[in-house]
Design a protein around this ligand. Structure first.
Ligand code: ADP
Length: 249
């Protein structure tokens, strides 16, 4: 194969809400090993695109492919099992469980890496090595025995990502993973997302343009439900229409 592999694509994606077109004719390609940002002003349609891609919403028009298969009419549950996972699908972490138990529970979920055999036995102990491996991959192994509720805000978000990885996603959709974080946590989470994207694809909504510039390989800018510009950060940040959309003039 030549060039990076497209793992998720949308063509002519459209969503109407009672006569209002929230998403119109959106094309998008998400590549294995790359981090793709979806940006745009409030109301641009970012959340709706996420909901369409994950099949939380049925598109009014267009076509979506995941790993070369048409998923335009596939259920959300099935799409998740095929490897398209959104962060908040597990983001309700259990504050009264340990960090380790949060990941072990996630491994046992449908689509999680635990086999049906271990799930039915409820053999949480058997999942410890895999859970610790996942925690180590995001730098949380030192916190394994702590209550999830006692983690800092940034580390809770990292734990959310770890529980998402328990589903072994091929494409990971992250909705504002840095929201509300201080500088240090942003750096930590950026490193984690970079590591996660090495053998997966990541599509993220992110408002912090410094983060986008630093982290993302490709950027799709939405405005009024349409793609205003797409390209690497240098390209889209020089685009006059993008400047106008962001400066509001
Ligand atoms: P963003 O995430 O970029 O802020 P959204 O996707 O949330 O934008 O919204 C895009 C547009 O679609 C907005 O004008 C919003 O009001 C509208 N919208 C979103 N969801 C619905 C819905 N369920 N019914 C009607 N309009 C909606």
């Amino acid at each position: 194969e030549n060039g990076p592999r497209v793992v998720l694509s949308a063509r002519g994606l459209r969503k109407d809400f009672a006569g209002f077109t929230a998403v119109n004719n959106v094309d998008l390609d998400v590549h294995h090993g790359k981090i793709h940002a979806l940006i745009g002003p409030n109301g641009a349609g970012k959340t709706t695109v996420f909901n369409l891609l994950t099949k939380f919403l049925a598109p009014t028009g267009g076509r979506i492919e995941l790993l070369g298969r048409d998923i335009t009419r596939t259920s959300a549950a099935r799409v998740a099992r095929m490897g398209l996972v959104r962060s908040f699908q597990i983001s309700a972490i259990f504050p009264h469980l340990s960090v380790l138990d949060n990941v072990r529970v996630a491994l046992q979920r449908p689509g999680g890496l635990a086999t049906q055999f271990w799930r039915s036995l409820g053999a949480l102990d058997r999942l410890t090595p895999r859970a610790m491996e996942l925690l180590a991959s995001v730098g949380l192994d030192g916190d394994a025995e702590r209550l999830a509720g006692d983690l800092s805000y940034g580390r809770k978000r990292v734990l959310e990502i770890a529980t998402t990885l328990a589903l072994d996603p091929k494409v990971l959709l992250l909705d504002e993973p840095m929201a509300g974080m201080g500088h240090e946590d942003v750096g930590t989470v950026s490193d984690i997302i970079r590591a996660v994207a090495r053998d997966r694809a990541v599509l993220m909504v992110e408002h912090n343009l410094t983060v986008v510039a630093d982290l993302c390989d490709w950027i799709t800018v939405l405005q009024h439900g349409e793609v205003l510009a797409a390209g690497d950060y240098g390209t889209v940040s020089r685009d006059e229409r993008v400047k106008v959309a962001y400066m509001g003039t």
